[in-house]
Design a binder for this molecule. Structure first.
Ligand code: CU
Length: 122
């Protein structure tokens, strides 16, 4: 019974170690963690935009807003195919883009606020 204190200390040290490891893992979360709708109002979600690659056909262009209306295919993890208008992060992205162009584009989603951040003509 004289050694009883030692294994207890070992257990405490192990416990502390596990806590540190778990805390470390929590901090190493990548910004692209696949949790699009987990905490829509959390402060962490607000600073972690997600980007989605998408494909579609240009239906209208509005350089003033700037915005673009696109008939897009299914966007995996975001929404099914539909025709809709997107705000564009920079009007310059619309340069050289015309109605009926087939495009690859990128949608950035910040807690439900979507913007097109890249457009590439096919
Ligand atoms: Cu849509």
């Amino acid at each position: 019974m004289a050694n009883k204190g030692e294994p207890q200390m070992t257990r405490i040290l192990l416990y502390v170690f596990v806590c540190l490891v778990l805390a470390g893992c929590g901090n190493n979360k990548t910004p692209q963690a696949p949790t699009p709708a987990a905490s829509p109002l959390g402060p962490a979600a607000a600073v972690e935009p997600r980007s989605y690659p998408a494909v579609g056909i240009v239906k209208a262009i509005n350089p003033k807003t700037p915005s673009i209306e696109i008939l897009h295919e299914d966007v995996e993890g975001l929404m099914p195919g539909m025709q809709m208008e997107f705000d564009v992060s920079d009007a310059a992205l619309l340069n050289g883009i015309a109605v009926n162009d087939h495009i690859d584009f990128t949608i950035e989603d910040r807690t439900g606020i979507m913007k097109v951040t890249a457009i590439k003509k096919k």
